[in-house]
Write a protein that binds this ligand. Structure first.
Ligand code: GLA
Length: 813
């Protein structure tokens, strides 16, 4: 709900309020964002006043809203100390010490600005004040960029209904005539508010030095800024910094992608916030390029968060009458810690970002050829792999890199999107038909934004590659970026991909992007507009993605950028899922996926079981752990199924049966992070849940393990069991001699024979407990093996070595 009375604005969601107030000077004072400041009865009263507007209700609402705003507004008698006093006409207005909705530069607010422009006269001073506001029931997305959308998810508030609405507030710089619109969308059911801005230059040519998407001024400092960082194959590590002065920044400044180095998702919380308690804000940006998120604080106990396109590598020239729009920023708040915040983010991403046929649909279990055979495959080797996969119950076969041009390694052929007939004599169409005949869907890998110098495309159009003419250029993975700021290059990508996607029965596309940017330059842009390059690239890319996803609505697209180098809401507006990381080591992946879980739901994260020793770390991780970790995402296998043992095949078949049974809960359930790296996903109706536990370090003589859950229905009773894991006899090593009448030499013939027929009994949990107990206290699991007290004849001791894991199945009785 959005309601305005006498210059006071309330943006209300189910559990949060956002308030601002237009001051006498015309500047918008930010009053509050966070916990709801009204009761449910008042919410309903406001709803009635805003929709029906009969005199009395409207009058009461006005008084109530004005009282709230007055209570929250700062009451400064004069500009303090050596602050700038904005104007003699408005004593008491010192912009440095006011929480603001938007902040411009040069009139006394010396903090990180929301907007910075250079006027024709060279001045950088701007002063935007309130002009007008309008409220609509339509959610308008940006015209050149992806945006959130509404499918009319209505909620009941008492006897009234609330639904998504949009507010446009227009500010004007009276000195120069420039207009700045701030556009808010309110999604009441998932407690999310979005913000973006549009600037229109009315009277002059200006240069935009920076324009942000969001600004929230907090009335406190000492807040904790949490951001997520990493590198290739090691994404999304959580970093907490307390902002007690100065500035904490999470920025992807020049990579040209939202980035594995710094994801655009960030959190702001208090020092005492935990996963389950305390104030927690979440912010993200619907954008895939360079971005900037910063929390700064000043000496007046105020903090400012701003986010948007990274100003370090951005600039834009606006001619008289032209407009520029920013990406949309999203925010949410919850009083119940990071888990509460994540729930809103997940709901929002699932309902208002991801779209199309696959939005709510279970994702198929896939086999991907990359780690199975890299570039070395033939049609017959692919078919062998597919046959094994089909036999195990896998549903989708994905042919990864290496099928086109002359691509036998990563040095050539990007750009030449026609089949390599030596590898695929029947082309995509022949192969996809044979794969379909095995009962599998067929999917394909592409990397359309790139070109190798060794390619027909580069030979024909060297100027289509990103480079500074006449100067040496650098490469990443032997390749160059295509200049997608150019319409002719965009058209080529669209046409060549349409040909590929239409050349067989293709159900899935993995869209890769394997290098970051260097030598940014477009031949088609004049010298004084080269600072527009990176943003124009994304406008071009989004045009391509829209055209292709609209043309192939049935295809399931998975984004990828050398793993999670472009994992963001811009991509998710077109592709429902993204490959999480090129690191498939399950132990590392558990951390990476936990990082994603703060801002992104499991249904958006691609996760696969790969070979052991792992190809990125050479670590050996049990097959069960590899499965348990990957099962909390869009699940698949990425290893050579033809080369594995029959016992591994049996285990994989069992994993697939299990995954199919619980797939919806694993992909779309309500996800919560638990202590010690554990997590749980709970079905919508609260009847089923799967919890995950990883034994990071096994130590002796510490056998008590408690499993405390989150998100179960307190009033339901649940049965708790675990996925049973067979253990090889050899796991016990020479300890076997403690239980045998004769001495057995470790790794000798008898040991090997016994190992092939005898399994060690592992634990089987079997408990029934109330949801309240599980959520608030936790159940004590079977003792963990800890040297003494092992029950060799039963199934009472859990063997959980370092790197072992468990899935617990919790079902209401
Ligand atoms: C990237 C991807 C991998 C794989 C290779 C193919 O690294 O992240 O999954 O597709 O490219 O070249």
């Amino acid at each position: 709900m959005i309601i305005e009375r006498n210059g006071c604005f309330l943006l209300q969601t189910l559990h949060t309020s956002y308030l601002f107030n237009i001051l006498r000077s015309g500047h918008p004072e930010h009053l509050h964002y966070g916990a709801s400041v009204i009761s449910e009865t008042q919410y309903e009263e406001f709803l009635k006043a805003s929709s029906f507007g009969d005199g009395s209700e409207s009058e009461a609402a006005s008084v109530c809203l004005n009282n709230i705003c007055y209570s929250l507004s700062e009451k400064h008698p004069a500009a303090g100390g050596n602050m700038i006093s904005y104007s003699d006409d408005f004593p008491g207005i010192a912009l440095e010490d006011l929480p603001l909705e938007i902040s411009s530069f040069g009139k006394g607010d010396i903090r990180d600005p929301f907007i910075l422009v250079t006027h024709e006269n060279g001045s950088k001073t701007s002063d935007f004040t309130f002009e007008k506001a309008s409220i609509t029931n339509d959610i308008q997305a940006p015209s050149s960029l992806p945006g959130s959308y509404d499918d009319s998810v209505k909620i009941s508030v008492g006897s009234s209904e609330d639904y998504a609405q949009q507010l446009v507030v227009t500010y004007k710089d009276k000195e120069y005539g420039t207009c700045l619109e701030v556009i808010y969308s309110v999604y009441p059911e998932c407690d999310v508010i979005t913000r973006r801005a549009v600037i229109v230059s009315a009277n002059e040519k200006i240069h935009i030095d920076r324009i942000m998407s969001n600004q929230i001024d907090f009335h406190e400092n000492g807040l904790v800024f949490t951001s997520f960082h990493g590198r290739w194959a090691d994404e999304m590590h959580r970093t907490d910094s307390v902002c007690d002065g100065g500035r904490c920044v999470s920025e992807e400044m020049a990579a040209g992608e939202s980035g594995s180095r710094s994801n655009p998702f960030v959190m702001i919380s208090r020092k005492d916030t935990t996963e389950d308690s305390g104030y927690c804000y979440g912010f993200n940006l619907i954008y895939s390029g360079n971005h900037y998120e910063a929390l700064s604080s000043n000496g007046y106990d105020k903090s400012r968060f701003i986010s948007g396109i990274s100003p370090a590598t951005f600039g834009w020239t606006l001619n008289k009458g032209e407009r520029f729009e920013t990406p949309e920023s999203i925010m949410t708040f919850d009083m119940n810690g990071a888990n509460g915040m994540s729930r809103h983010m997940h709901d929002f991403v699932r309902k208002h970002i991801v779209r199309g046929k696959w939005r709510d649909k279970n994702r198929p279990i896939l086999i991907n050829s990359w780690e199975a055979s890299y570039f070395r495959f033939t049609e017959s080797s692919l078919l062998k792999l597919a046959k094994e996969a089909a036999g195990l119950g896998i549903e989708l076969f994905v042919m990864d890199d290496g099928w086109f041009g002359k691509r036998d390694d990563d040095k050539s052929s990007l750009g030449d999107w026609y089949e390599n007939k030596d590898k695929l004599p029947g082309g995509i169409s022949g192969l996809s038909k044979k794969i379909n005949d095995l009962g599998l869907m067929f999917g394909i890998w592409v990397e359309p934004e790139m070109v190798n110098e060794d390619s027909d495309l580069y030979r024909a159009h060297p100027d289509w590659a990103v480079q500074v003419p006449g100067h040496a250029h650098s490469k990443g993975r032997n390749q160059m970026n295509l200049d997608l700021t150019r319409t002719d290059v965009q058209d080529y990508v669209i046409e060549s991909m349409k040909k590929v996607f239409g050349s067989g029965d293709i159900s899935y596309v993995k869209w890769d992007m394997n290098r970051i940017f260097s030598d940014c330059y477009s031949k088609e842009l004049p010298a004084d507009r080269q600072d527009e390059f990176m943003h124009r690239y994304y406008i071009g890319l989004y045009r391509i993605m829209k055209e292709l996803t609209d043309s192939f609505p049935d295809i399931l697209f998975e984004g990828c950028s050398a793993g999670g180098n472009r994992f963001d809401l811009g991509i998710l507006c077109y592709f429902p899922q993204i490959w999480g990381s090129d690191d498939t080591d399950a132990i590392c992946r558990a951390d990476i996926q936990r990082g994603y879980s703060y801002g992104y739901p499991q249904s958006t994260v691609g996760a696969h079981v790969s070979a052991t020793p792992n190809h990125q770390t050479l670590n050996t991780v049990p097959l069960e752990t590899r499965f348990d970790v990957a099962s909390f995402g869009c699940f698949g296998y990425e290893l050579n199924l033809c080369d594995i043992t029959s016992s591994d095949k049996k285990e994989i078949k069992d994993q697939i049966d299990f995954y199919k049974k619980y797939r919806h809960t694993l992909q779309f359930g309500h996800y919560y992070r638990l202590d010690d790296g554990r997590c749980i996903t709970v079905s919508d109706d609260g009847k089923k849940a799967i919890a995950f536990m990883l034994q990071r370090e096994s130590r002796p003589n510490r056998d008590v393990v408690t499993l405390r859950t989150c998100g179960l229905d307190d009033s339901k009773t649940y049965h708790i069991t675990n996925r049973y894991v067979d253990i090889d006899l050899k796991t016990m090593g020479s300890l076997i001699n403690m239980f045998t009448p004769i001495h057995i030499k470790q790794d000798g013939i008898i040991h090997n024979i016994a190992n092939s027929v005898v399994k060690v009994q592992n634990e089987r949990e079997d408990m029934t407990a109330p949801g309240a107990l599980l959520n608030r206290v936790g159940v004590r699991l079977r003792p963990k093996f800890g040297s003494t007290g092992f029950d060799q004849d039963g199934d009472k001791t859990g063997i959980l070595r370092t790197g072992d894991s468990r899935l617990y199945i919790i079902e209401s009785v």
